[in-house]
Design a protein around this ligand. Structure first.
Ligand code: NDP
Length: 271
């Protein structure tokens, strides 16, 4: 039987680790599928996704810069994706419907709680950034019942909108990056690390034994992780685990099987 086809779409896409991750998941769970990477030129999202579906494609992961376009594309939105306003997983069912999901937040929370043993309940959490990644993680973070989730963004207005949008899910408020109070967990969801830029954060921001999490992943320190180490963080975590966990959630949506993420993450760390 021909394998079911999946892929990650974005622009650029050649750097993506998703094909490797899903190939590992498929091998581990003995699923008959292929998983590729499709670079979609600006303006071609709808035509390229339509032609992938016409070839019989079963699902896509969506990365920068198409998560909002994917949100607009789908026939049906999962409630989490609907509230986040962004879709990172597309499922094409046998009735010809497209369903949009957002697994970024579940990926982050699973990495923190399952891989690193974090207890978010009752903690003071700071989320830096209010872009696509931040939008996807606010609700799953609030579901963990932190004492408070403060959202800090360079453009404070965007943080205020995000905090207001999710206020019914838990205690959340907004501020600028000049925030100056202690937090038990600080999550960097800005894209500043991508361009190797620091955030000029107060050294008072990390509570004693506080943790820092940078959604960015790659070799070596980012300006944020270097800042966190210097500020005395008890633990500094990169976003590779989040990437693997969001992929596992997408795999589960598509195949109904949960892969074991630990060995896959360990392999990726060795590359
Ligand atoms: P967006 O472009 O949607 O948002 C960027 C955010 O970063 C905005 O809040 C923006 O603030 C802020 N920002 C950008 N540059 C600076 C700067 N120099 N100083 C302060 N703030 C800045 O990006 P995404 O939300 O899609 O991605 C954010 C990060 O998360 C990226 O590093 C990405 O790689 C990572 N990511 C990781 C995932 C994983 O699985 N590990 C999954 C998804 C994302 P403003 O609003 O003021 O412009």
């Amino acid at each position: 039987m021909n394998p079911d086809e999946y892929a990650v779409v974005g622009h650029p896409i050649s750097h993506s680790k998703s094909p490797r991750i899903h190939a590992e998941f498929a091998q581990q769970t003995r699923q008959n599928l292929s998983y590729g990477a499709i670079d979609i030129e600006p303006g071609c999202f709808v035509t390229d996704v339509d032609s992938f579906r016409a070839r019989g494609g079963r699902g896509l992961n969506v990365t920068v810069p198409y998560k909002e376009e994917a949100y607009r594309y789908v026939d049906v939105l999962n409630p989490l994706a609907q509230r986040a306003g962004a879709v990172n997983t597309l499922e094409f069912d046998s009735d010809g419907q497209s369903i949009g999901h957002n697994t970024d937040g579940i990926g982050l929370v699973n990495d923190l709680t399952q891989n690193h043993g974090a207890h978010i309940e009752g903690q003071r959490v700071l989320l830096l950034g209010a872009g696509g990644a931040a939008k996807g993680v606010v609700e799953p973070l609030l579901n963990q019942q932190p004492q408070v989730l403060v959202i800090a963004n360079r453009t404070e207005q965007k943080a205020a909108q995000l905090a207001a949008q999710f206020s019914e899910f838990g205690a959340t408020r907004a501020t600028g990056l000049d925030v100056d109070e202690p937090f038990d967990l600080i999550i960097n969801a800005t894209s500043a690390s991508l361009t190797n830029q620091g955030l000029d954060l107060s050294s008072q921001l990390l509570a004693e034994r506080g943790w820092a999490y940078d959604m960015m992943y790659g070799k070596g320190d980012t300006p944020f992780s270097a800042w966190a180490s210097q500020a005395g963080a008890a633990k500094v975590i990169d976003g590779l685990g989040m990437l693997v966990e969001q992929a596992a959630e997408a795999f589960y949506i598509w195949r109904g099987v949960r892969p074991d993420t630990g060995p896959v993450l360990a392999k990726l760390r060795k590359i």
